[in-house]
Design a protein around this ligand. Structure first.
Ligand code: BGC
Length: 752
């Protein structure tokens, strides 16, 4: 009996396999008619994807959930399905964008020199959504010009810890600011028919043990702090792609988290695009596919070479899990359904149609680093510089009055355009602070240069006791014999980068001493920070008359710095992160980097100013802060409740105020709107940013600035109801120039 049953089963299985094989053979050999609906550009992407799916064999579908190369998805030439050709970003097109090029491998084909835009944190300091939109467009144009289809950015992870190696890539500590900028970037890119990748979903907030770290995050914190930028990119930006993160959240790797991918992203947020894994972040086949992972990257040969590639050997485990053979085996074993594969592949196809790359492939051969693209990079660099201190109005310098200037420091003569890792762009040219200053002052001012201190770890010959003393003395001499000294300090791409975190908030060795020595030699010293992350300034700040933060400003940072120093442009950058006095003051310090590969986000929603302002911890410089060479006055705040839907009570508000430029220079101010909820049942931060507007005014000019606030501005995520809740009652609308410089306040009564 048992033998007969066994025989019967075997016969049935063999028959099924043969039928599938014949079907596949038939489908694969069927000639696709020229008028197949999916080829009709006049039909919707959804209709085309559905038609195309029907024509695909199971094998073809299975092959599409893995990449075919380092930076390409799998094409199906029989059906005319192109590979999606990707390029790293988000701060421009990475230097090795070319087909499956891997840094360091012999024969890496393409070395690209493209526009190096300012780091994300710098773009965030502009608070200029229109500019970020243009940056997205410019980057997408370069992507197309290089024959690629997708840019791996924007990075919208929140700056939780001042030491995260990739803080420079993201848009700072606030979910609202990050959301606005992320949406602008996504729309700019997609408007050009290029696919962005909103990364890294979710909560990739440290690079220390990024593949193994398990973050314990409560649902409210996830929804209020770490997810809003993804939600906005999906719902407002209509993002076509999201990249999952390396880390684990609440015990599960993000690439196989059904809660995150299917539950939140595709379910709650209604994401219709496809999810790509971060490179080498997958650990299983069926659980990953079933969790909602649509495309594993990388794929093909490079995936197997993973461990031999020096730069990437720490990335992932080097094993590809969604290869066609593995996926097919799971389908046959009944662990992945064909319907699931249809959903995965359908999402990829839909984006291939929506983006236009099916009908109009990007063939390359275009121009990059055009004057228009470089102009966007320059505007970003200029608007991003934050004037943090200007005692005695030392700045702006007057090129007609000063005769000599000493430009000093490890970041003075070298252009440190960005942090390190996959976002680093190799531009055609880059302007260091020294170049920018020399160019601006021309021959009328003597420019002296001194290194002062070698950059830690860069050139060992500069790191002997003798060399250090000599360098310091040269800097002191240059400063002492100049009218003013500009000291450019900070980090560089080998110590502030992807793959690990910055070891300390302190400036690299020798730089504090350099600042102190120069300040002693010349009271007219301007310190310039050229880093992505905060640095400890307590040793010298009191004696420093002027301080600027230029972040990593991309290829034009030196031009931008000179223009700010000499007042050709009025500084208008505002901090997108709080700068703590010391690392221990920061909210996550006690819960970083975790114990036994687990990190508890115990500070919860109290990230950045939400913590400093609520718990009365004074930062060195607060969120939203930045000085100007002019002054602004805020008057006439008017707040009116708004019924957003008939009969639904008040669920929003209209706010207006007048901003005056009361100084003698033209300039831009970033008006910030915070909402305070004093009546909530639940613990809430003292205030949260819910609106901002960058306004340019001539001297003496005034402008009315208006905001419309929706439900989102007042709600919190309730762990009880698992939904956003607005509690009727009295809120306070605060308008000001930083989270700690509220100029106007007015109550707002929201009725049920
Ligand atoms: C990074 C991603 C990047 C990818 C491809 C990963 O290591 O985390 O941001 O896009 O590599 O280079």
């Amino acid at each position: 009996m048992r033998v007969t049953l066994l025989l019967l089963c075997t016969v049935l299985i063999v028959a099924a396999l043969v039928t599938t094989a014949i079907k596949a053979q038939k489908a694969a050999s069927t000639v696709v008619p020229a008028n197949a609906p999916y080829k009709n550009a006049g039909l919707s992407a959804e209709k085309r994807a559905a038609d195309l799916l029907k024509r695909m064999t199971l094998e073809e579908k299975a092959s599409m959930v893995a990449g075919s190369g380092w930076m390409e998805s799998t094409p199906i030439p029989r059906l005319g399905i192109p590979a999606i050709k990707m390029a790293d970003g988000p701060l421009g097109v990475r230097s090795w964008a070319g087909s499956s090029a891997i840094t360091g491998l012999p024969g890496s084909p393409l070395k690209v020199q493209s526009t190096s835009f300012p780091a994300g944190v710098a773009m965030a300091a502009t608070w200029d959504t229109e500019l970020v939109h243009r940056e997205g467009q410019a980057i997408a144009q370069e992507v197309k010009a290089l024959g690629r289809d997708m840019i791996l950015g924007p990075t919208v992870n929140i700056n939780r810890v001042p030491l995260w190696g990739r803080n420079f890539e993201g848009y700072g500590e606030d979910p609202y600011l990050t959301s606005r900028l992320g949406v602008a970037y996504v729309k700019g890119v997609q408007g050009e028919g290029v696919i962005p990748s909103v990364k890294h979903f979710a909560a990739n907030n440290q690079d220390f043990e990024r593949h193994r770290i398990d973050e314990q995050i409560d649902p409210r914190t996830l929804h209020e702090i770490y997810l809003p930028a993804f939600k906005a990119a999906v719902q407002e930006g209509g993002a076509w792609n999201v990249m999952s993160a390396y880390n684990l959240v609440n015990g599960v790797h993000c690439a196989e988290s059904k809660d995150l991918l299917k539950g939140i992203l595709k379910g709650e947020f209604g994401f219709k695009g496809f999810v790509v894994s971060d490179w080498g972040s997958t650990y299983s086949t069926a659980p990953t596919v079933n969790a909602g992972m649509d495309l594993e990257m990388p794929g093909g040969q490079p995936a197997q070479n993973w461990l031999t590639v020096p730069e990437t050997k720490v990335a992932g485990n080097g094993i590809a899990f969604l290869t066609p053979d593995k996926v097919l085996a799971e389908v046959k074993a009944g662990n992945i359904t064909e319907a699931t594969l249809d959903d995965n592949v359908g999402r990829i196809l839909r984006v291939i149609f929506l983006s236009g790359i099916f009908d109009h492939p990007h063939v390359g051969g275009g121009e990059v680093n055009t004057p228009a693209q470089a102009a966007v990079a320059l505007q970003g660099a200029t608007e991003s510089i934050v004037l943090l201190k200007n005692a005695g109005a030392l700045l702006p310098l007057n090129a007609k009055k000063i005769r000599s200037i000493a430009v000093i420091g490890p970041n003075a003569a070298v252009a440190r355009t960005g942090g390190g890792g996959s976002s680093l762009v190799e531009p055609k040219y880059k302007i260091a602070p020294l170049d920018g200053i020399k160019k601006l002052v021309g021959s009328g001012v003597e420019v002296k240069y001194a290194l002062g201190a070698g950059m830690a770890g860069e050139y060992p010959a500069q790191d002997t006791a003798e060399a250090r003393a000599k360098l310091l003395q040269e800097a002191v001499d240059a400063a002492a014999h100049s009218d003013v000294a500009v000291v450019v300090v900070g980090r560089y791409d080998k110590i502030e980068r992807e793959d690990f975190d910055v070891k300390t908030m302190d400036l690299p060795a020798g730089q504090d001493e350099l600042i102190e020595a120069v300040e002693q030699a010349n009271p007219h010293t301007i310190v310039v920070l050229n880093t992505g992350n905060p640095v400890t300034m307590t040793r010298w700040l009191d004696k420093t008359p002027a301080l600027l933060d230029m972040w990593y400003g991309g290829q034009e940072a030196g031009t931008a710095l000179a223009s700010i120093l000499f007042g050709e442009t009025n500084p208008s950058g505002k901090l997108p992160v709080s700068l703590p006095k010391e690392f221990k003051d920061s909210p996550a310090a006690a819960n970083y980097p975790g114990v036994n590969l687990k990190v508890n986000y115990a500070e919860g929603i109290y990230v950045g100013y939400r913590y400093y302002d609520t718990r009365n911890v004074e930062p060195q410089f607060p969120f939203g802060f930045g000085l100007s060479y002019t002054t602004f006055e805020y008057t006439d705040l008017k707040v009116t409740p708004l019924a957003l839907a008939a009969g639904a009570g008040h669920s929003g508000a209209v706010v207006s105020l007048t901003l005056h430029n009361t100084g003698s220079r033209a300039g831009a101010e970033v008006v910030q709107l915070y909402v305070h909820d004093g009546h909530s049942k639940i613990d809430r931060p003292v205030h949260e940013l819910k609106g901002f507007r960058r306004v340019e005014l001539k001297p003496g000019e005034s402008q009315t600035v208006g905001f419309t606030l929706g439900r989102d501005a007042f709600s919190y995520w309730s762990p009880e109801t698992k939904a956003w809740v607005v509690e009727p009652g009295t809120f306070e609308i605060q308008v000001g120039a930083s989270s700690r410089d509220i100029r106007l306040k007015a109550p707002l009564e929201l009725k049920q």
